[in-house]
Each structure stands twice: as C-alpha cells, then as structure tokens.
Design a protein around this ligand. Structure first.
Ligand SMILES: [Zn+2]
Length: 296
C-alpha cells in the first residue's frame, strides 16, 4: 500500500496535467468502486448516476490531499475523492505526449485495460482509474461539506508533508496516546501517512524501539521523533517515495527513497550504525525491523 510520500508524489506529478481541464464524459464499469468505501460495500446505482451527472462538463480546479485521500475539486465545488488502497492506479493518457502513470505498476501498456474501471475523458486526454484487486474507491460529493460528513478526519494527526508540522502539538498529542509507538504511527494518530516503511525508519532514526509505549516517551524523545519525521518524509517525497511493493510515480519512474532505507526490509542484516544484526519481529500484525542496541 502506498504511504503518504508516495501519494503526495503522485499528486504533485499529476497536478500539472489535469488541473484546468474539463471532464467531457465519465464511464463507470464497476459501480461498487464509486458506491462506498470498505470491503463489504455493494453497488449503488443511484450513486453511479450522481457520479456521472455531477462530474460531466465540470472543470477541474485543484488536486489536493488529506492523508492518503486524493481530492480532485471541480470549479462547481463538486469533489472526486480517490483512495488507491492496495492496487489502485491513476493513469493519464494525453492526446499528445507520454502517458503519465501513478500508483500500482502497470501490467500492460494497453489502455483501457480490463482493470480500467472508471474512465474520465478530459479535453486533452483520458484519466483512468485502474485497480486489479478493487479495494480502492473513487467517490463523488456535491461539495466539501458532504465529503466531510462521510469522513471523520477530526482524529487525524498532523500532516508531515504540509510544511507546518508543529512540535508542541505533536509532543502533546502523541505523548498521551495509549498503546505502542509503532501501532499509533500505523493508525495515523498524531501524524498521518506513516505506514510500515516510514514508521520503522522514523523509529530507527529517532532511536526509539517501536514497541515502546507512547506514555513512556520523554519530552526529548518526542522531539527526536518530530525531528526524524521532518527529515525523512520531505526527503522521501523529494525522492518520489519508495516504490517497494508495486508503486510507480506518475511519470512512470520508480521512487528512489528505497536507497535510503536503513531498517525497512533489512531484518537480519547489519545495522548501518553499530553493525549488530537488525531484529525482525511482528508488531501490530506487521513485520517490524529495528536495532536492539541503537533503539532504546
Ligand atoms: Zn544499531
């Protein structure tokens, strides 16, 4: 699943291509994907109808992001919310020029493919939402308020890609959470978008064992975590994310941040700081790699 740096990289690379264009037509081949989020959703044909009528003829005003939700806002105020989940992909194929890919890697260059479930015809090209496993969703809202009613973002932590990541706020929020540091990272508590890769990298950089409880963290340790987040996430975005587990940038290239990984995917290998073998355990259901000596 792409983490925040991957989604932000995709957003940044797709933005210049689609903002300002008018959606000329919309085709929905898998009604489930526009009906709801969640694995137990069913097809809602009324939602498909409002998706198509609400978006056809609309001009794209902006491409923004809340956590890992990509938000495409129309000039009318209507919104398309895209979540790639495991295998979602956004592909823009201009009439002239190279195709722009983002998300899950392409299985074939043929477009549309059998996995192109939603197709937007724009002025100068076609935007495809492809998804092999179909956990992703593409939802329509008539306005921002309707989207807010459907998503409780009030408990979301701060966004480390927004350039306004507040130390005091984080120290206060994160320090009083119950449970383990790694689990709270994965749940987006205190800070959004750190999945398995960046949670482990941040813990290593800050010298914090991932199974520590939040309440055991000192003020100094909390500040170290902020410092590590502010170092790792912007660099990862700059490098286009990690492109482990099937992730491509919108321009079709792979993210380079994987070269910077110090612990992720390195269980049993020597720690880059102390040379001791890195330990790999299961934590919160995820493989977690850390150094027994460097992380206390
Ligand atoms: Zn070490």
């Amino acid at each position: 699943m792409p983490e925040l740096p991957e989604v932000e990289s995709l957003r940044r690379s797709l933005e210049p291509y689609i903002v300002g264009q008018v959606i000329k037509s919309v085709q929905v081949f898998k009604p489930k994907l526009v009906s709801d989020k969640g694995t137990k959703r069913t097809e809602n044909l009324a939602k498909v109808q409002s998706f198509i009528t609400g978006l056809t003829g609309q001009k794209i005003l902006s491409l923004t992001r809340v956590s890992k939700n990509i938000i495409i806002t129309m000039e009318s105020g209507a919104i398309i919310l895209v979540h790639l989940k495991m295998t979602g992909q956004l592909v823009y194929q201009p009439k002239v020029g190279d195709t722009v890919f983002g998300g899950h890697p392409i299985e074939s260059l043929e477009l549309p493919s059998k996995h192109s479930h939603i197709i937007f015809e724009l002025d100068d090209g076609v935007l495809y939402f492809n998804d092999t496993r179909m956990f992703g969703y593409v939802l329509y809202y008539p306005d921002y308020g309707a989207m807010q009613l459907d998503h409780d973002w009030s408990k979301l932590g701060q966004d480390p890609a927004q350039g306004s990541f507040g130390v005091e706020q984080f120290v206060e929020d994160f320090g009083k959470l119950s449970g383990m540091v790694k689990k709270n990272f994965l749940d987006g508590r205190g800070v959004v978008g750190l999945g398995n890769i960046y949670a482990d990298e941040v813990c290593f950089d800050a010298g914090i064992a991932p199974m520590r409880t939040n309440k055991s963290l000192t003020q100094l340790e909390l500040k170290k975590i902020v410092k590590s987040i502010n170092k790792i996430i912007p660099l990862a975005i700059e490098q286009g994310g990690s492109s482990i587990a099937n992730y491509l940038l919108a321009d079709g290239s792979r993210g380079n941040y994987a070269h910077y990984h110090k612990v992720y995917n390195r269980g049993g290998k020597p720690c880059l700081v102390c040379q001791r073998d890195l330990k790999s355990i299961k934590l919160a259901g995820r493989t977690t790699v850390f150094c027994l000596k460097c992380q206390g």
